[in-house]
Write a protein that binds this ligand. Structure first.
Ligand SMILES: Cc1cc2nc3c(=O)[nH]c(=O)nc-3n(C[C@H](O)[C@H](O)[C@H](O)COP(=O)(O)OP(=O)(O)OC[C@H]3O[C@@H](n4cnc5c(N)ncnc54)[C@H](O)[C@@H]3O)c2cc1C
Length: 430
């Protein structure tokens, strides 16, 4: 893949106007886990240097940014001024453009929805290099295809959205141990009404009566207090040898994680950034999985299916002994605005699996369990989904494809993900 890294938004059109037979995909911080921002034999347009804040209205929180600005930059600039991005994914290295394209969710989905819910308008550079402003009023269909559209409608050049006011940079987090899956889900479902933020960490190797045990973290909105300093990020210096990641080391890690909290739980004050982006404290953490890497699985299933589906998923994972140390359980509040948005009202589970022999087939088994329970897999995290499962999970795909036919008739925008999922290759049904 050839890479372009424009310095100015105006260059986006120029990149698209030359050699029009080359396929193109935009790339932000490169934090999607799979092939969403990869394109063999094509062009990647890295938006990271388009990171300017173009306007800010301190009376409303309305902000206009270029797509390459990261969440970490937004926190650093706006938190001291009493404003925050309403929805943050779990890493500050993601960009706002990537957040629109994946319609990301955070630990506060029940309260604030997905990122796209806060977007007023988008400037989009289309396949011909023309720029157009789209919003729920101006070309609402293209707007709905672009939110969560995985970069396939064009390159996002500017975004107008609204920040939320916050009292300070500290957040008080309650860490509560939960003994099993029922208790875990009950705590998360109850927190929808009582807390702004909630997330559960599951020990995915626990079996039997301990299946689904873990720690639930609950928090309200940030407060005006002096937060503890964020520790200097550490870095994983080398690719760890493959044998490091096995069920024994993972079990040890999970025990250690639970022991930190203690049986009665604890409440402590954290910096908002540390709470939102815990993995950013360990740069290059992916190297722990060694050169072979890992696959991530994240699905959401509707509320009514959550107890059964999560049990089946966790039993399958524990029985295979394939779990990772980062199993995350969250609730989501409602569907996103995009045709390809991941969110639905339900519960979502995310885990990593070392890329050992059989890992892809194993994750595909999990994909199918999610499908069978009326759920879907998150495209930003996916590297294994197959086209037929994808179509069953995302019923609006024919509508999405017909928008692509209109906006990009020569099929300029594509990615490893769109090829793998046969988006626009399985026959367009408008
Ligand atoms: C540690 C970690 C934690 C995460 N936690 C969460 C989470 O809690 N919730 C969540 O929703 N996601 C989460 N993610 C996934 C991540 O938020 C998304 O993949 C996000 O899109 C990454 O942004 P990016 O800028 O790195 O995009 P990239 O990975 O570079 O690209 C992702 C997609 O966005 C498109 N894109 C990027 N920039 C543009 C642009 N300017 N115009 C058009 N399309 C564009 C790309 O084409 C691609 O399809 C997490 C990822 C990591 C690594």
């Amino acid at each position: 893949m050839d890479l372009y890294r424009p310095e100015r938004a105006a260059e986006l059109s120029r990149v698209l106007e030359v050699e029009t037979d080359h396929p193109v995909i935009a790339r932000g911080g490169g934090r999607a886990y799979g092939d969403a921002a990869l394109l063999d034999g094509g062009r990647g347009v890295i938006a990271r240097r388009l990171d300017r804040i173009l306007a800010f209205d301190a009376s409303t929180g309305d902000v206009v940014v270029e797509p390459g600005i990261s969440f970490a930059d937004m926190i650093e600039i706006f938190l001291p001024r009493g404003w925050m991005v309403p929805v943050s994914p779990g890493t500050g290295f993601a960009t706002i453009g990537g957040a629109v394209a994946c319609d990301v969710h955070g630990k506060n989905h029940d309260r604030r929805g997905s990122f796209g819910d806060h977007v007023a308008w988008i400037d989009l550079v289309d396949a011909a290099g023309s720029e157009r402003r789209i919003s729920p009023h101006d070309d609402p269909v293209l707007f709905a295809a672009t939110i969560g559209g995985m970069g396939l409608t064009g390159i996002i050049a500017r975004i107008g959205f609204r920040l939320v006011p916050v009292a300070g940079a500290a957040i008080e987090v309650r860490h509560q141990p939960v003994r099993d899956l029922d208790a875990h889900l009950a705590a998360l479902f109850a927190s929808r009404e009582t807390h702004a933020y909630s997330v559960g960490w599951i020990d995915a190797l626990a079996t039997g009566s301990a299946l689904g045990r873990g720690i639930v973290e609950l928090a309200q909105e940030p407060i005006d207090a002096v937060p503890p300093n964020r520790p200097r990020p550490q870095r994983v210096p080398i690719d760890a040898p493959g044998f490091i990641m096995n069920r024994h080391t993972i079990r040890l890690f999970n025990r250690f994680y639970a022991a930190r909290i203690g049986p009665g739980g604890r409440t402590r004050c954290e910096h908002v950034g540390a709470f939102l982006y815990p993995l950013d404290a360990l740069h290059d953490w992916n190297r722990i999985y060694g050169r072979r890497g890992f696959h991530q699985f994240q699905c959401v299933v509707p509320d009514s299916e959550a107890p059964r589906a999560m049990r089946q998923l966790l039993e399958t994972i524990a029985a295979a002994g394939r779990a990772s140390f980062l199993a995350v359980l969250k609730t989501l509040g409602s569907s996103g605005r995009g045709m390809m948005s991941f969110a639905m009202r339900g519960a979502t589970l995310a885990l990593d699996f070392p890329n050992a022999p059989g890992a892809i087939d194993f994750v595909r088994r999990l994909n199918r369990i999610a499908r069978d329970h009326g759920g879907r897999v998150y495209l930003a995290k996916d590297s294994t989904l197959e086209a037929d499962d994808f179509r069953a999970m995302y019923p609006e795909i024919p509508r999405f494809e017909s928008v692509l036919e209109r906006i990009d008739p020569t099929r300029r925008f594509c990615s490893g993900l769109s090829r793998r999922l046969a988006i626009r290759h399985a026959g367009v049904r408008s």
